[in-house]
Design a protein around this ligand. Structure first.
Ligand SMILES: Nc1ncnc2c1ncn2[C@@H]1O[C@H](COP(=O)(O)OP(=O)(O)OP(=O)(O)O)[C@@H](O)[C@H]1O
Length: 241
């Protein structure tokens, strides 16, 4: 059985259909790109999987259970974590404290020493092992991104949703970011990536799903999908082309 099964999902905001009758499945351990021009509905889809938005129609099945419409808190505990387009960390807290907070709300509800040990492991996984007691406000941009990832990992997700996690990195940092995501995927986490940097998509994602105006335009091997005329046409109208 697929880890995730999105079936006939629609999200309407008043008269606007941001996502229309979308369907796809994600297999365990897969790393997949969700692409599309600005406003095509990618973030709305991620928001429905993570519980920030309730689908108007359709089902989102995760590990065999319908999760569409459940609270973000319950979905996180079921094993789905995400990052945001604009980094969300707690600047006044140390790195360790930043990661202990989501650990407390994760499936094991860790507290005290087990939470500290788990936070240390998560920070180590993203390359921040030496900075546990620094204040989050003092981090460079890429380290803030690493910290956000460590906070997502603290909830011990089976599915990780990355919403433009690589955006804003310089070329050297981009290489480090790609390596880090690849390492996480190898550890068995299923990853869905919304990303406008095609170099990263090609390097990381064997499979790509393309949305246009809320609908699925293409789904298949990345190299093949990105060469399709209808995909190229969809992107030519966008600022990211
Ligand atoms: N809360 C909301 N209320 C009303 N309309 C919304 C809301 N969220 C998104 N939309 C609209 O839904 C459409 C899809 O937006 P969405 O942010 O999902 O696109 P996207 O593909 O993620 O775009 P981008 O690449 O620019 O982030 C857009 O027309 C957007 O204006």
């Amino acid at each position: 059985m697929s880890l995730v099964h999105v079936q006939g999902v629609t999200k309407r905001f008043g008269g606007l259909s941001a996502v229309s009758d979308l369907g796809f499945a994600l297999e365990k351990g897969e790393i997949t790109a969700l692409l599309g021009p600005n406003g095509s509905g990618k973030t709305t889809m991620i928001n429905m999987i993570s519980g920030a938005l309730v689908p108007t129609e359709g089902q989102i099945i995760f590990k065999g259970n319908q999760i569409g419409g459940l609270s973000a808190d319950r979905i996180a505990r079921a094993g789905i974590a995400r990052t945001f387009q604009l980094v969300r960390i707690l600047p006044s807290l140390s790195l360790m404290e930043n990661v202990m907070v989501p650990a407390a709300f994760g499936p094991r509800r860790l507290w005290g020493k087990p939470a500290r040990d788990h936070a240390e492991t998560c920070l180590d996984r993203v390359g921040l092992a030496g900075k546990l007691n620094l204040s989050a406000a003092d981090l460079t941009y890429i380290d803030q991104k690493r910290l956000e990832l460590a906070r997502a990992l603290a909830a011990e997700p089976d599915l990780l949703l990355l919403d433009e996690w690589l955006a804003g990195l310089n070329p050297a940092e981009l290489g480090q970011g790609i390596d880090l995501i690849r390492r996480l995927a190898r550890s068995g986490i299923t990853i869905l990536i919304v990303e406008h940097i095609m170099e990263a998509v090609r390097a990381l994602c064997p499979r790509t799903i393309v949305m246009a105006a809320g609908r699925k335009l293409a789904d298949g091997a990345t190299v093949e999908v990105l060469a399709r005329p209808e995909v190229i046409t969809a992107y030519l109208g966008s600022a990211h082309a």
